[in-house]
Design a protein around this ligand. Structure first.
Ligand SMILES: *[C@@H]1O[C@H](CO)[C@@H](O)[C@H](O)[C@H]1NC(C)=O
Ligand SMILES: *[C@@H]1O[C@H](CO)[C@@H](O)[C@H](O)[C@H]1NC(C)=O
Ligand SMILES: *[C@@H]1O[C@H](CO)[C@@H](O)[C@H](O)[C@H]1NC(C)=O
Ligand SMILES: *[C@@H]1O[C@H](CO)[C@@H](O)[C@H](O)[C@H]1NC(C)=O
Ligand SMILES: *[C@@H]1O[C@H](CO)[C@@H](O)[C@H](O)[C@H]1NC(C)=O
Ligand SMILES: *[C@@H]1O[C@H](CO)[C@@H](O)[C@H](O)[C@H]1NC(C)=O
Ligand SMILES: *[C@@H]1O[C@H](CO)[C@@H](O)[C@H](O)[C@H]1NC(C)=O
Ligand SMILES: *[C@@H]1O[C@H](CO)[C@@H](O)[C@H](O)[C@H]1NC(C)=O
Length: 508
């Protein structure tokens, strides 16, 4: 992590002068609503909050490596937010005003922070503008705290590298059980909010990269409908599947962040069609404690709830089904999702992503004003040239090589893959949900993410329990495009009824 010596001194100094013991809520676990209330009541300033997070980062980050870079201007931004609030500026009334947020390192910011997807190949690259979501966060008055670790290139370089590993950041760890898989690729976003280095973060998902680390680290992640949030200025994998979404400790915090980042962006045309899904008045109105009442929830037992015999998850999910139904949900059990094994084989998805990545990456790189690389071929060459610095050789770059080999969107294999995914989606989740009039599907952990990925559909992961050794697991509520309002109601209802999340204890 790059913390300058001057910043470090400042942080050490501040950790002595900031007394956070007087607050009647835990600053470590404080929600956006609690923080905003304390800011409005002048019992907390953004500077104090940032100083608190910086002290947390100094203490915790060396152990789990969730953050690659801290914004050198973060205290200046905090002071600006405090001044805006004190002077009663109209824009200070936003729910995220003065609240620090961490961005996955593939989400561009035009400031002193680098945007590298964790790779040395993009270190020193200069973006021509903020990403669409960073611009929206700044307009809402949020403070960009830094860049989060990830699986390098959002796990689109090497199929043998571990989750949470990057050349720049090293190996990010799960703060619950440090030997457990932290999952990815939004690893740093999940582990940093889980361990209270910041309250809220953004991740990205192409297939599972928000839902999986959220589940593995006992936090809440929202993978939005494709195009609900802008992907402009995000190091891409596929414009057909990429999404940007919140990773937070509570459903409420995730809804506040979602409110701030959704909407039209002229630099991402997918935001035009998806704008119709944004509810007037935003998402926090769906934080409804009775949110489960009358909701029809589908359960596809095979393959999703087939656990090894004696698995702790079997009983845990039976208990959750009972809780959901006691709180008014209607469970529609023993459903069949057509062709699910074909979807999970990933055959078509793999062909499509390989073709799209090469093109999308070149397009992202072409907008950089300075860059060590301009094409996927350059990135491959960089990795070979700097193999001792950049990678542990056995991890290789097989996904890169596979993508470089593709011949464009005109290829028959690509066109067939697209048609197949469309058919799998229409015959699968769309038919299942419409025929049974479902509000959501329930699935464990990240098992449903390929279904959501190929359809551009949303899902929310909520903490669902801990295994015998303390490893977290999650429950995912997912649906069709634009189902975010009811998914938030369901997720919030489940969270309030179960209240499962507890802070990590860094078990070794
Ligand atoms: C702290 O306590 C005061 C007085 O009891 C109350 O008005 C305020 O809402 C509390 N703040 C938080 C964040 O709970
Ligand atoms: C960004 O990368 C440059 C090296 O190119 C480094 O000097 C600088 O400290 C990095 N910025 C931050 C905020 O870490
Ligand atoms: C908020 O408004 C103030 C004064 O009108 C302006 O200087 C500042 O840049 C605005 N902040 C944001 C985050 O838009
Ligand atoms: C969006 O669509 C318009 C109209 O087709 C086109 O002119 C523009 O270049 C597109 N913008 C982007 C960022 O793709
Ligand atoms: C699990 O238990 C069931 C019922 O006792 C048995 O039929 C099945 O073969 C077992 N499966 C495995 C994988 O051991
Ligand atoms: C890799 O090294 C070769 C030979 O020195 C050089 O031509 C090429 O530009 C390098 N590629 C990158 C991306 O650094
Ligand atoms: C790339 O294509 C060539 C020629 O079709 C093939 O021999 C090679 O195995 C392919 N490499 C990868 C990584 O797919
Ligand atoms: C999927 O399942 C449906 C119904 O079971 C079937 O008609 C269809 O051909 C299958 N394959 C694809 C690619 O959709």
């Amino acid at each position: 992590m790059a913390v300058s010596p001057a910043l470090l001194l400042l942080i050490v100094y501040c950790s002595f002068v900031v007394d956070v013991s007087g607050y009647n809520f835990s600053l470590a676990e404080a929600t956006v609503a609690e923080l905003q209330q304390a800011l409005k009541q002048n019992t907390l300033t953004s500077r104090q909050l940032v100083e608190y997070y910086l002290s947390q980062i100094l203490e915790i980050n060396p152990r789990i490596r969730g953050i690659i870079e801290v914004n050198p201007d973060v205290l200046i931004l905090a002071d600006e937010a405090d001044m805006e609030r004190m002077s009663g500026a109209a824009n200070a009334s936003s729910a995220l005003h003065g609240i620090p947020i961490l961005l996955k390192d593939n989400i561009a910011t035009m400031d002193k922070l680098n945007t590298t997807a964790g790779s040395f190949a993009l270190l020193g690259s200069v973006v021509s503008r903020d990403s669409g979501v960073a611009a929206k966060l700044r307009a809402a008055g949020a403070i960009i705290l830094g860049k989060a670790a990830l699986s390098e290139w959002a796990y689109y370089r090497s199929s043998t590298a571990p989750n949470g590993w990057t050349g720049r950041g090293g190996q990010a760890l799960n703060p619950y059980v440090m030997s457990a898989d932290p999952c990815g690729s939004s690893t740093g976003s999940a582990i940093s909010v889980a361990s209270n280095m910041v309250a809220v973060a953004l991740g990205t998902e192409t297939d599972g990269s928000i839902i999986c680390p959220s589940s593995a680290n006992s936090v809440v992640g929202i993978k939005p409908t494709l195009g609900l949030t802008s992907r402009a200025g995000v190091v891409p994998i596929s414009p057909r599947q990429d999404t940007v979404g919140p990773i937070c400790r509570t459903v409420s915090d995730a809804a506040y962040v979602l409110d701030a980042i959704v909407g039209y962006d002229p630099n991402d045309n997918a935001t035009i069609a998806a704008s119709k899904f944004i509810p007037p008045g935003g998402y926090i109105q769906f934080l409804n404690a009775n949110g489960l009442q009358g909701k029809r929830l589908g359960i596809v037992r095979n393959p999703f709830f087939v656990f090894p015999n004696g698995s702790y998850q079997t009983q845990a999910f039976e208990n959750h089904f009972q809780t959901l139904s006691e709180n008014g949900a209607i469970l529609v059990d023993n459903l069949v999702l057509a062709n699910i094994s074909m979807i999970n084989s990933g055959e078509s998805e793999t062909i499509a992503l390989a073709t799209e990545f090469k093109i999308a990456l070149a397009s992202y790189l072409s907008e950089l004003t300075v860059s060590p690389i301009r094409t996927l071929a350059d990135a491959i060459s960089f990795n070979l040239n700097y193999s001792t610095l950049e990678m542990i050789p056995q991890w290789g770059q097989d996904i890169f090589l596979q993508s470089e080999n593709t011949t464009g969107t005109g290829s028959p294999a690509y066109q067939a893959a697209l048609a197949n995914m469309l058919s799998l989606t229409e015959n699968g989740i769309v038919m299942l949900m419409t025929q049974n009039n479902l509000d959501a599907l329930i699935t464990p952990d990240s098992t449903v993410t390929s279904v959501l990925a190929i359809g551009g559909f949303p899902g929310i992961s909520v903490p669902a329990g801990y295994g015998p050794d303390g490893t977290p697991f999650g429950i995912c509520f997912s649906g069709l495009q634009g189902y975010e309002p009811r998914l938030i109601e369901i997720a919030y209802g489940f969270e309030q009824a179960t209240n499962i999340r507890k802070p990590p204890t860094f078990l070794v």
